[in-house]
Design a protein around this ligand. Structure first.
Ligand SMILES: [Zn+2]
Length: 152
């Protein structure tokens, strides 16, 4: 194949090939990571770890962006983490307005950080950076699943 960038036919062909590749990659990635929902249904919050370089991903990814490997394994997010920071939301994205007020937070698990929401039953006056928290699965009133942070 010529490396010439000229020629309309050549450009069209390259674009077609790229879309084909994009579709395949994205389909594979979504299918693999959908296991995340199955794990949530079983009460487990899971991330992925690259078996080749050790990078840890949460939310889970099917492919490692550091070493480009797809050799991933699941691991369970468990144990205590430290609250790094949190923020009480007065405004929420569309679809979450009914949940207000709620706090979003970042927990530090050492190997990785986890972004999420603090459970509504944690009293606001008890929330402070450095406190120990755990991550648990949570079923929403509409049947959807997510995870929340609670006091350890
Ligand atoms: Zn890797």
């Amino acid at each position: 194949m010529s490396l010439s960038l000229g020629g309309e036919e050549m450009s069209k062909k390259e674009i077609d090939d790229r879309f084909k590749k994009f579709g395949t990659v994205s389909f594979t990635a979504v299918t693999k990571v959908n296991d995340f929902i199955d794990h949530l249904e079983k009460g487990k919050v899971m991330g992925t770890r690259c078996k080749d370089c050790g990078m840890v991903f949460f939310p889970p990814r099917a492919d490692c962006y550091k070493c480009l490997s797809s050799n991933m394994e699941w691991f369970e997010v468990k144990g205590k983490a430290k609250l790094v920071s949190y923020s009480k939301l007065q405004y929420a994205p569309v679809g979450f307005e009914g949940d207000l007020p709620y706090s979003i937070a970042v927990l530090d698990y050492g190997d990785f950080k986890l972004f999420g929401r603090i459970a509504s039953d944690v009293p606001e006056e008890e929330i402070q950076p450095g406190m120990e928290m755990i991550t648990v699965t949570n079923k929403l009133p509409n049947g959807q699943l997510n995870y929340v942070f609670k006091k350890a």
